[in-house]
Design a binder for this molecule. Sequence first.
Ligand SMILES: Cc1cc2nc3c(=O)[nH]c(=O)nc-3n(C[C@H](O)[C@H](O)[C@H](O)COP(=O)(O)OP(=O)(O)OC[C@H]3O[C@@H](n4cnc5c(N)ncnc54)[C@H](O)[C@@H]3O)c2cc1C
Length: 375
Amino acid sequence: MSNFVLLAKQITDEVIAPLAAEIDSARRFPEEGIRALGKAGLLGLLVPEQHGGLGGNLADLAAVTETIGAACGSTAMCFLMHSCATAVIASKATPEQQETYLRPIAQGEKLGTLAFSETGTGAHFYIPEIRAKREDDFFVLSGKKGFVTNGKRADFLIVLTNAAAAEQGLDMLIVDTDMPGVRFEGEWQGIGLSGNNSISLQLDNVKIPASGLVGAEGDGMGLIFQVVAPTFILGVAGVNAGIARGAYEAALRHAKTRTYADGRALADIQAIQFYLSDMFGAVEAASVYVQNAAKAALSGQADAIMHVMQSKIIASEHAIKVTNLAMQVCGGQGYTKALPVERYLRDARAGAVMAPTTEVLKEWVGKSVAGIPLF
Ligand SMILES: Cc1cc2nc3c(=O)[nH]c(=O)nc-3n(C[C@H](O)[C@H](O)[C@H](O)COP(=O)(O)OP(=O)(O)OC[C@H]3O[C@@H](n4cnc5c(N)ncnc54)[C@H](O)[C@@H]3O)c2cc1C
């Protein structure tokens, strides 16, 4: 285990795990866990060391999201979306952006997120409808984004938009949530990840200084594929490997401790042993695949992107399978809030429908293995 994972495990055991059930039932933001991660420097996991961060890489991110996800999917998602926003800034940060965002992030003082999704674009988040206008030294944004994890709690957003000049493609702009014209709406109504505060964002003539542009005009598409895609996909694959692991461990504990009048435990029953074997294998396969995909990406392996994409397919499918089996192992008790497996099952369902969704990824992986261009 790396030092980052040991640190994440300590915070998870001491702060995040004890609150996971209450955060789920109260449907509240995981304030304490995020604060503890910030205090330990982990909100700066992807901030380079020269800007005060931990200088972690994609394998570290996936391992940390798995560690947190094994206890609380909501906290893991909030941490992941913040880490994606951090990675975007870190990839192209100007000296001003380093001071305004990266240093405070490393000190646990700023929380970020991605505002990409729109109703009109759905799973195809890389084709936004919203377009920036250029007015002197400002970009002006109006429009609506959906599913903004960390919602009201974020200090800044990375907003994906069409560049002001149509031929320039896409831009990513850093928007501070206290800017005039930024408004969050509604409440998270999802069946799981109840604390992730993924809500709608309304932008009304928000004036963003030109210094809020990440990279150059038109860099948006490159940032999506070079930075956001590997960071989000490996991170969310880690979250789902973690959810699977958490459900498996909870079911195993229950199988060993739930006894019948004749003294036999659930774990003594062969049908349950088969389920435990299936779960154990699926958890390990997901975890190892995600780590190998991250290592392939880090070493610049030629087919790394295929493995990165496949890692989200595998981890989210395994999370659904394992959480489902965990409920089967735990029976009627697993269907109630007496055990955490019903929470894991609800949390596990999000991974496959989050963009890039399983269907979109399968199309891309299929094209890649067949040597057909993605677009
Ligand atoms: C818990 C949660 C947190 C989120 N957090 C964020 C966030 O922080 N920031 C953000 O920007 N977004 C976020 N999202 C949004 C998410 O990433 C997706 O963009 C969004 O869920 C798309 O939903 P939709 O219903 O519009 O999908 P739709 O586009 O309506 O898709 C519906 C189904 O059709 C399939 N489908 C669509 N097109 C194709 C195709 N061409 N080929 C094959 N199948 C296809 C999809 O795979 C899916 O199964 C979050 C979503 C969830 C669930």
